[in-house]
Ligand binder design. Structure first.
Ligand code: ADP
Length: 181
């Protein structure tokens, strides 16, 4: 019998993790149209926007961060079932949580957006570090809260050495190596 699923690409999740200001959103927005141009179905889960829509009730305690991330994992899993690629840009500072997401999603490509804290503070695209230094924010990852670096990510991009395009191309190359695309 003809199996329609054969015609469909397998859904999976590209999970961008890194410090605030590392470049997760910028890379996600650059990567998404490149994948769409390959004929793939892509959905973006951008940290701030998704939080506003999905978790307006939650703050930034460890428990709240994990609850929010679990909601994202749930949605991405549903989309993957239908052959859609989710690009998630979420600080996701805890290693144990990212392992949870990996186990839950199975088809999980962890991308470490590796940018030094110094550079992130200099970039400060959302003014978060300034607010933390003024005392307006008390739980900013990197400054006041821990960030646990990935130990074995599928891809690491170095935004201080690689341009946004180079970061996206590196991710695409790895997706090909892993037979996702
Ligand atoms: P995050 O989503 O990780 O908090 P953003 O993507 O919002 O970070 O901000 C990253 C900032 O760094 C942007 O202003 C972006 O233009 C800049 N930037 C410089 N070089 C790069 C690069 N190679 N990759 C991603 N962002 C970069």
């Amino acid at each position: 019998m003809f199996d329609v699923n054969i015609m469909q690409n397998k859904g999976f999740v590209i999970w961008l993790t890194g410090l605030p200001g590392a470049g997760k959103t910028t890379i996600a927005r650059n990567l998404a149209p490149k994948l769409s141009n390959l004929g793939l179905k892509v959905e973006l889960f951008d940290g701030d926007e998704v939080r506003k829509q999905l978790s307006p009730d939650l703050g930034f305690t460890k428990q709240d961060r994990e609850l929010h991330a679990k909601r994202v994992v749930y949605l991405a899993k549903l989309l993957a079932k239908h052959g859609i690629i989710s690009i998630v840009s979420l600080i996701s500072p805890y290693r144990a949580f990212r392992e949870f997401a990996r186990n839950e999603l199975k088809d999980f490509v962890e991308v470490y957006v590796n940018t030094s804290l110094d550079t992130c503070i200099k970039r400060d695209p959302k003014g978060l570090y300034k607010k933390a230094m003024n005392g307006e924010i008390k739980d900013l990852t990197g400054l006041q809260d821990i960030y646990e670096e990935p130990l074995n990510p599928e891809v690491t991009v170095h935004t201080e050495k690689e341009s946004v395009d180079e970061c996206s191309e590196k991710i695409i190359k790895r997706l090909k190596e892993l037979n996702y695309i």
